[in-house]
Design a binder for this molecule. Structure first.
Ligand SMILES: [Zn+2]
Length: 234
């Protein structure tokens, strides 16, 4: 005799609903389930990626929009000549007269956005100040001459735009000597740049280094070397 087969008990079928609804209890008090804002944001971002791409360094937010009061105070207190502070200030405001900018606003007078020094790349602010091959060499040799650690051009740019400079006044003190020396190199690059543009001459690395050396000699003769500078911690 065959034993009667026992069927497993039928499991109740659960019907999931995609809609939200309030669960009202008998005493009419709604049960609200906890969900933190960060969890909602995380879920939202997974399903809806940002329509705007993240900024790529060093083309981050403009320094003027990012720098805090302490960083501005440090900038204004740097012991650098007025003319280079003016140039640096325009760099922080993204108001440099680059060929790229001039070509955009005055295409008749500036038909090409090319760098007038190397004629090989578009001249934006980074190229104008740092990454033009000729200027890159001056930055490298200039940092060696002034006794500053030789950094990659993009790291120099991040310091010039205060991206890598600490936001606290106390920690900024270590950066003062480096920033002042960057200002001296910036001054030489700026003056040599406009000599090439206005006098229609070729870029001379030797001339740039002579100007930097001359400035250092004059500064030491005047005896104000490092009067407001703090020795480097390195
Ligand atoms: Zn160039």
């Amino acid at each position: 005799m065959l034993a009667q087969r026992k069927h497993p008990p039928a499991t109740p079928t659960i019907h999931w609903s995609a809609t939200w609804r309030w669960h009202i209890s008998k005493d009419r008090t709604p049960h609200v389930f906890k969900c933190s804002p960060s969890l909602i944001r995380k879920q939202w971002l997974q399903e809806k990626p940002s329509p705007r791409p993240l900024p790529i360094p060093p083309f981050d937010y403009l320094p003027v929009d990012r720098m805090n009061r302490s960083q501005w105070n440090t900038f204004w207190s740097l012991k650098i000549p007025h003319n280079v502070r003016s140039v640096w200030w325009r760099l922080l405001l993204d108001r440099l007269p680059t060929r790229s900018h001039l070509h955009r606003i005055l295409p008749d007078r500036c038909p090409l956005p090319l760098c007038p020094i190397c004629l090989a790349a578009e001249e934006d602010a980074v190229h104008m100040m740092i990454s033009c091959p000729n200027k890159k060499e001056v930055w490298k040799a200039g940092q060696a001459m002034l006794g500053t650690k030789i950094l990659d051009p993009h790291l120099v740019w991040q310091a010039l735009t205060f991206q890598s400079v600490p936001r606290s006044h106390k920690k900024q003190q270590e950066w003062l000597p480096t920033l002042v020396r960057y200002g001296r190199i910036l001054q030489v690059i700026w003056s040599c740049h406009w000599n090439v543009v206005f006098e229609d001459i070729s870029w001379s690395h030797a001339t740039a280094m002579q100007r930097l050396q001359h400035g250092e000699t004059a500064r030491k003769t005047m005896g104000d070397e490092g009067r407001r500078e703090v020795p480097e911690s390195e």
